[in-house]
Write a protein that binds this ligand. Structure first.
Ligand code: ZN
Ligand code: ZN
Ligand code: ZN
Ligand code: ZN
Ligand code: ZN
Length: 306
């Protein structure tokens, strides 16, 4: 990473008074939200292009993930989503821990065409806030398009909330009792009777498919391949991951490991891998968060006995 502390007072792209290369405008529809926000900062003509082009897909299919998700406030969400001018088709917010019920509701009210509402890990949202949003989207007055609802890791969703959500969707889509399982990503666990993500073990053998069903707590299973602990003939579950996830030995072997402690993150937590600083230590690979902190302390205090 080179030092770029100088203010970009003169953009190289526009010093000759012309506009940025045409190719740049062609790629706009394919950029992520974060990339678009960065591009908009480069120069006026690009900012205008980003703001005015009605067909920029990210404004219609809004996906906010890491690293942007933690910085997304209600205000920023409302600002970004308004660029779709009420035509938003998907709203996918992953781990957006600062978005509240009111922020979500405002976006949903202004965008009745939303077909995909995914808010996993948005822990400030409440069950009542989600019910309100789904009610708005499945209102009698608008032809309900909501076809996919992800609410895993929203705290406090009980059976009553779940049934309320299902009833709105069933009524809006004129569905039978069981048909909402294709729309909502949580269900009632057949073992503990709580609302959670319920999986079926995909392992099959000569004796047929395992298909054991339950939530993560009731049926321990490998985070990567989904096989359950009872399919032990082939799967040995161990907990030697940096994110305390359960993995089978096969998946454990295949995941990349920390340079120092030789432990893996699961795929879901791969973003926590840290790039080692300084030239020492092999060049390639990565460090886990704990080893990264330790390595930096050593660098700072010059304890490296060379
Ligand atoms: Zn359970
Ligand atoms: Zn596995
Ligand atoms: Zn199984
Ligand atoms: Zn490590
Ligand atoms: Zn993990």
């Amino acid at each position: 990473m080179a030092d770029q502390n100088q203010p970009p007072s003169q953009e190289p792209a526009s010093t000759d008074g012309g506009s940025p290369h045409e190719a740049l405008f062609l790629v706009l529809p394919y950029l992520s939200v974060l990339e678009l926000l960065n591009v908009a900062r480069v120069c006026t003509s690009l900012r205008r292009a980003v703001e005015d082009d009605d067909d920029i897909l990210p404004w219609l299919n809004l996906v906010v993930e890491r690293p942007l998700s933690r910085r997304l406030s209600d205000q920023r969400l409302i600002g970004i989503s308004s660029r779709g001018k009420g035509r938003l088709k998907s709203l996918i917010l992953v781990d957006c821990i600062n978005v509240t019920d009111d922020g979500l509701q405002l976006v949903v009210s202004n965008n009745p065409l939303i077909a995909k509402l995914h808010v996993p890990g948005c822990i400030r949202l409440t069950p009542d806030g989600i019910i309100r949003a789904v009610k708005t989207l499945s209102d009698d007055n608008n032809d309900c398009r909501l076809k996919s609802l992800c609410i895993s890791n929203i705290l406090g969703i009980n059976k009553q909330h779940f049934h309320t959500l299902c009833s709105y969707l069933q009524r809006a889509h004129k569905l039978g009792d069981t048909a909402t399982s294709n729309i909502i990503d949580v269900d009632i666990c057949p073992v503990c009777d709580e609302v959670s993500q319920v999986y079926a073990c995909p392992q099959s053998s000569e004796r047929g498919k395992c298909n054991r069903k339950g939530c993560k707590l009731c049926i321990p299973r490998c985070e990567e391949c989904g096989r359950c602990a009872d399919c032990k003939e082939d799967v040995e579950l161990e907990e030697a991951t940096l994110c305390s996830e359960v993995l089978c030995s096969e998946c454990w072997l295949h995941l990349p490991k920390c340079n120092h402690c030789n432990q893996p993150y699961c795929t879901k937590h791969a973003y926590r891998r840290q790039q080692p600083q300084g030239g020492s230590g092999g060049g390639t690979g990565w460090l886990c968060e704990a080893c990264h902190v330790k390595a930096n302390e050593v660098l700072e205090h010059g304890d490296d006995d060379d």
